[in-house]
Every structure is written in C-alpha cells, then in structure tokens.
Design a protein. Structure first.
Length: 156
C-alpha cells in the first residue's frame, strides 16, 4: 500500500462543523477558526463549488481523494475523465494559512462569489465552505426541507 494516502488520527484531522461569521479584510484574508486548524501553516485547496455559490476549502489529501474517486467512478469514460480532470484541477488553487490562521482568498473567486466584508464559514465534515452571508441564508432556508427529510430517515 505504498501509494495509499496518509492516515490521520482524529486528533490530527479536525471535523469541520458549525458556522462562523468572519470579516474578510481588504487583502481578502479570512481567519480560520482555531478548532479547524492542524498547525501554524495549514495548506488548503480552494475552489468554487460547481453547484453552489460558495468557495470550497479542503485539505490537499481530501482534494486528491476526490480526483481519484472521479477517475475510478463507474460510467465515466476515459475521455470524460480527462475533461473533468482538466477542469477540476485548473479551477482550484493551493493556499497556505499564515501564523495567525488567515487564508488569502484569490481575488477572482471573491469577485465571482461576491465575497467581501463579512463572510460565513460553514463546516462540511472534511472541509468548509465560504459564503456570502445573504447567499448562505437563502441556501440554508431552501435546504431545510431536504435536511429535515434526511434527518428523519436516519433517525436524527
């Protein structure tokens, strides 16, 4: 299993949960909540979510796993995967948090997703999303019925 991805213990790989309102400063920096950090200089991959109006943020190994999952998915031809691979990896950027836990968000993503002033950081288990607060509120309200249905199905 020399090609396998590194394993993380629960202590070294936080679960991204909750929602936090933070300011985005004039340099497009946003502070990552302390509980979501592994070290002083965490590296993340950021990419606009294909189906949502938000920026996805995840560990590089989670991003790599997503690419590998697509390569192995049934029903995807080699030609389709090449198109996906090119788009998936070219639409993302590596970012590293500074010692204060701040990420500099790429300007193009901030413009595209209307991220300025205050933003919402939304935990999504293996990563988090960054939303414009108004877009997040609208999405949260629209998602409530689906959440309630799935929660009932799993007995939550």
């Amino acid at each position: 299993m020399a090609d396998s991805l590194p394993l993380f213990t629960p202590a070294s790989k936080p679960v991204f949960s909750g929602e936090v309102r933070h300011g985005l400063d004039s340099k497009n920096r946003v502070t990552i909540p302390f509980r979501w950090r592994r070290s002083e200089a965490d590296e993340f991959i950021v990419a606009p979510d294909g189906g949502q109006a938000c920026l996805r943020v995840m560990w590089p190994e989670v991003f790599r796993e997503a690419g590998e999952k697509a390569a192995a998915a049934a029903g995807i031809s080699q030609a389709e995967y090449k198109v996906f691979e090119r788009s998936f990896f070219s639409r993302s950027e590596n970012v590293t948090a500074d010692k204060q836990g701040r990420l500099v968000l790429p300007e193009r993503y901030c413009r595209q997703l209307n991220l300025a002033g205050e933003v919402m950081l939304i935990g999504t288990n293996q990563g988090f999303q960054i939303w414009n607060p108004d877009a997040w509120q609208a999405t949260k309200e629209a998602d409530e019925a689906t959440f309630a249905r799935v929660a009932a199905l799993i007995g939550w």
